[in-house]
Design a protein around this ligand. Structure first.
Ligand SMILES: [Zn+2]
Length: 372
């Protein structure tokens, strides 16, 4: 049980309250003199800049909401609070070089005892290691990135809206006939050409891209690689480049919680860019139907009912690794603010350029030879 005094702004007026924070490992309430607020989830807190020596946190869905801790924060509370991100909490606390040394020891130990690295090591891996490993694994993707002048400009415009802070090092469209998009190690995102083809508006692509940006920001790819492929991944990288790795990367799966967090990040990004989430909801709903032939409850017919050829293609789909469900598309539907004027993610001309980029790029290699 946690019980600690904090100061608090509720975002609605300028009063600085002095409530007690009561909670446990799941969440907390604020209880002041004659008032009570919450429950709040620790996961919704965001570390902000300190105010003097006070540690300050905001709430991701409540603008202006703040709590601050005067003085030392007890360890059990500190463990629940988000860290201010630079390299990640642990490294920020003990410094990059010391963290690298600690990591090397942990890595050696894990190799020594011959187990796969648990996912919790991922946040401690310096970003530069992951970037180098990703570059070595993926390279230029075997020349399969599509480029045209107008297509590149359109993709850049979409990227600027959804990732203004530049969390992703690159976002590319690849000439691979799959309805898919993936976050690669090293903060790179690839959207496969058929995903853009299946989307009916740029808003729909924005939702998927926002989701993949969530995986990049949360370092989910590295976590999944370490959990599923083992620590060899960060020690030696993997052999080969481009296509030979893609099957392994497409086979990575993230936890349900990581997927949900990526959806929430997508919604935040779309909100900040004034892009309606309605299109994404419609895309999820449509693909859910076409993939599994479902009814509204998201269960529907079994995959065996489908013709085999279609099934094989389906299993490489983003929607096979990200099953749509009623709760999932309702999350996006309900996030739309009624009566609010959203702007389309791209102009019609930009959307055309994005859609045409792999057809119009005459030099791009095709997906032939990938061995799917
Ligand atoms: Zn995902």
């Amino acid at each position: 049980m946690i019980n600690i005094q904090v100061w608090h702004y509720d975002g609605r007026n300028a009063n600085k309250w002095q409530p007690q924070l009561f909670g446990d490992s799941h969440g907390f309430r604020l209880i002041g003199d004659g008032w009570e607020a919450g429950p709040y989830s620790w996961a919704d807190l965001q570390a902000l800049d300190n105010a003097g020596s006070d540690r300050v946190f905001g709430h991701q869905y409540e603008p202006g909401w703040r709590i601050g801790f005067a003085g030392e924060i007890p360890a059990d509370v500190a463990a629940l609070l988000p860290q201010r991100q630079r390299y990640g909490g642990f490294i920020d606390r003990i410094g990059l070089w010391r963290a690298s040394a600690v990591l090397a020891c942990v890595a050696a130990l894990v190799v020594f005892i011959g187990v796969k690295a648990p996912g919790w090591i991922a946040p401690f891996v310096p970003q530069s290691w992951e970037d180098n490993m990703g570059d070595a694994m993926v390279g230029d993707f075997g020349g399969r990135y599509c480029h045209t002048k107008d297509g590149d400009a359109a993709l850049k415009a979409l990227t600027a809206k959804l990732d203004p802070e530049g969390h992703a090092r690159s976002i590319e469209v690849a000439n691979i006939r799959m309805v898919n998009a993936i976050a690669l190690p090293g903060r790179r995102i690839i959207i496969f050409t058929d995903l853009i083809e299946k989307a009916e508006s740029p808003d729909e692509v924005a939702g998927v891209l926002g989701h993949e940006l969530g995986h990049v920001e949360h370092r989910d790819t590295l976590t999944a690689m370490m959990r599923q492929l083992g620590l060899s991944v960060i020690l030696g990288g993997m052999d080969g480049t481009g296509g030979s790795q893609i099957n392994a990367l497409l086979g990575l799966s993230f936890s349900r919680e990581a997927e949900h967090q990526a959806d929430l990040t997508a919604l935040d990004k779309m909100k900040a860019a004034n892009i309606s989430p309605t299109g994404t909801a419609a895309f999820f709903r449509r693909m859910d139907k076409s993939l599994w032939g479902t009814s509204e409850d998201g269960k529907g017919k079994k995959a065996e009912d489908k013709v085999q050829g279609e099934q094989i293609r389906d299993l490489t789909s983003w929607f096979a690794s990200h099953p749509s469900s009623k709760s999932r598309y309702e999350l996006f539907e309900n996030a739309a603010v009624k009566g609010h004027e959203y702007a389309p993610a791209l102009t019609p001309a930009q959307w055309d350029a994005l859609r045409g980029m792999c057809v119009d790029d005459r030099d791009v290699k095709s997906d032939f030879g990938f061995g799917f």
